[in-house]
Ligand binder design. Sequence first.
Ligand SMILES: Nc1ncnc2c1ncn2[C@@H]1O[C@H](COP(=O)(O)OP(=O)(O)OP(=O)(O)O)[C@@H](O)[C@H]1O
Ligand SMILES: [Mg+2]
Length: 499
Amino acid sequence: MTPLLEFREVTKEYHGVPAVQDVSLSITEGEVHALLGENGAGKSTLTKMAAGVVPITRGKILLAGEELSFSSPADALRKGIAMVFQETSLVPSLTVAQNLYLGDEKAFNRLRPLYIAAQQFLQSLNFPVDPTANVASLGAAQRQMVEIARAVRKNARIIIFDEPTATLTPEEKQHFFELIERLKERGCSVIFISHALEEALAISDRITILRDGKLVITDETGKFDRDSIISAMVGRDLSGELYGGEDGKRRVRPYGKRVLSVQNVSMGRMVRNTSFAAYAGQVTGIFGLIGSGRTETAKIVSGVIKRNFFHGGVTRLGSKSVRYRTPAPSVRDGIAYVTEDRKVEGIFETMSVAESIEIGKLASPSDKSVILRGSEARDLAEHWTKSLNIRAISSDVPVIELSGGNQQKVVIAKALVQDPQLIIFDEPTRGVDVGAIAEIHAVINRLADQGLAVVMISSYLPEILNMSDRILVARKGRIVEEFSGDEATEENIMYAAVH
Ligand SMILES: Nc1ncnc2c1ncn2[C@@H]1O[C@H](COP(=O)(O)OP(=O)(O)OP(=O)(O)O)[C@@H](O)[C@H]1O
Ligand SMILES: [Mg+2]
């Protein structure tokens, strides 16, 4: 049987360095194929070649036995290959419906039927998105849904999902997995890239693991388990270093002085009269489902959200009452916010790794004035790329050339050089591989041990349970519960988050 999609000794080089090397892989009709590997292993690059996003350096890609050559992603889509990107590719100024029907310019002539059709289509997928909303106004999860819906609508024969579930709630994930089942029944093949190994194990028929651009193994999913996947990914046994590797007991650090106190802060419908505190020398975990107002609260504290939208309440840093309109003064006061949405708030993609880190340094309270000499900037970048294990050919490359997870580490480095007293991590390990998660967690622990007040927002329960000294639960715009010690169980936390 001819495979639907076949990679034959495919290589992709950037600046002469292979990102994907001699990969041969076949995708059969109607299969769900999980593509796994560490940050920078080459997953996005491999699939981008099949989707016409980047050209191949050497080798061939065949669709139903015929060699492909594309001029663009639109061209690939016409041939039946769609890709849902890790970073969104929607047009923010258009509505949901217009994005769905982009390319069908005829459909734009009359808006009403366009909206009705879009509404019905989104409903059929179980996606709660308003077709008339501007994409710019949507949250990450809903954007992802629009992106998925667009690929499905184009009747693609192969859909590549690059980390589709990272921004979805458990319920939305369930719908998404059902959708994949339906696509499969229609004979559509799915390539599923994810760092959520349990999900890959649950929904795929076969698994391929890449390491350093090379294919390590392809086999039926039933032949793998979590540990065997991880050791194939990293080339060594990591299980002791990850979640559950310890004795399951959380250590609780003592309270230091109160660094942050938020009292009755409100903002529109997103944040309702919320109050909490964070202490020096502790990790304060904030758990909640997407939409529970955690991110908005963090953005108010750190001045990322403009004060115009800020309706009330008091925020204190130490004993000083603060109200920031922009991030700059909050950074000067020693607050660092590490965003989950690096594309929008974290980083300028065209800047190099070194420049991005230097920007953080310039913003810090201690180094207001001096611009670093070239060599100093390079030393600084060198230090942080090493200590966070950021994988880049050199620190002069633009951030956009790094893999998704390594971009996230640059965002963290930029915050750390600001030398903060309070650091807020918003989903610090989203899109980050298992090895790098362990590294980032070690960094977070070190910061708390050094006496910083650390706030960690996460939707990932094992992360919250393992890392936090105290756990706050957010629901519908408020902190509703606080747990520590023996009370901090999975059941208690989940119950508080949804009820
Ligand atoms: N446009 C680019 N220019 C130069 N190098 C690039 C570019 N895009 C990717 N690379 C490099 O290719 C390698 C593979 O990156 P890729 O994005 O495919 O990794 P990935 O497996 O998708 O990782 P992640 O899980 O972090 O998303 C990395 O070393 C990355 O730095
Ligand atoms: Mg990627």
